[in-house]
Design a protein around this ligand. Structure first.
Ligand code: GLC
Ligand code: MG
Length: 248
């Protein structure tokens, strides 16, 4: 056993099965004490919604907190986001223009103000019309030269982000900062906003057994053995994957 870097999504990945979460927490805190293993939460939630989750979930303190779909990174204990990351994302991003163009699309229902951040514009978009609306919106935004990407999750959440920022890019940024190689990094997730972690990060991947169709679809196109699809759900799936990769 040795140190590794665990980067995990929260909703329906780490969180969702409290018995398995308690077992995983115990293993990880022991691993941290013995080997200096590093724990990162990477969530779509803003700081407001993350703090809300802490009121009803027993979570270990992470070493880094990646919020708002990879667009905000907080080192442990800091009240200030990592400025190098924000500066990197700000180059080429024009939030006001994104909002102005998106406002013409009546099917887009803005998410609450807490979920709108400097580098993330988020809407609810019904799954039945997403396939029709997203390409039109994409054309409208890219015609103006805007460097953006869409992340659609759970058949309802549409995030518009700077092209350079998502959970995968944030994972790579942390790996470089911490000098952690791909074979000592594990990423875990269940839905669309996690795809970039499996796709971009040089890492072992664990897809939990309760993963959403959009992530399963991505997985079905892969041939690499670096990503493991667990049978168990949520933290139980993470435990299963850590065992599979020899980190348990
Ligand atoms: C979280 C965020 C939301 C985002 C979704 C998917 O639920 O609160 O803003 O759209 O994750 O990334
Ligand atoms: Mg999730």
């Amino acid at each position: 056993m040795a140190q590794f870097l665990l980067i995990t999504d929260l909703d329906h990945t780490l969180v969702g099965d409290s018995e398995a979460l308690a077992r995983l927490n115990q293993h990880l805190s022991q691993h941290r004490d013995e080997y200096g293993t590093i724990l990162v939460y990477s969530t779509g939630r803003s700081l407001t919604l993350y703090q809300q989750l802490l009121t009803n979930q027993d979570l270990l303190e992470p070493d880094y907190l990646v919020l708002s779909v990879g667009t905000v990174i907080y080192p442990h204990g800091s009240t200030q986001p990592d400025t190098a990351w924000s500066e990197y994302l700000s180059n080429g991003w024009n939030r006001d223009q994104v909002l102005a163009i998106a406002s013409h699309f009546s099917h887009l229902v803005p998410q609450p103000p807490s979920e709108q951040t400097d580098f993330k514009v988020s809407y609810f978009l019904d799954g039945s019309i997403a396939n029709e609306v997203i390409p039109r919106l994409k054309t409208a935004l890219t015609e103006r030269g805007l460097d953006i990407q869409f992340v659609y999750s759970s058949n309802k959440d549409l995030d518009i982000l700077p092209k350079k920022g998502n959970k995968g890019a944030a994972a790579t940024f942390l790996q470089q900062k911490l000098e952690m190689s791909g074979d000592r990094t594990v990423v875990c997730g269940d839905s669309g906003n996690d795809v970039s972690m499996f796709q971009q990060a040089q890492a072992k991947g664990i897809i939990v057994g309760n993963a959403k169709p959009e992530l399963r679809e991505w997985y079905s196109t892969q041939t690499s053995t670096n990503t493991y699809l667990a049978k168990a759900s949520c933290a139980g799936g993470i435990i299963e994957g850590l065992q599979y990769f020899g980190f348990w």
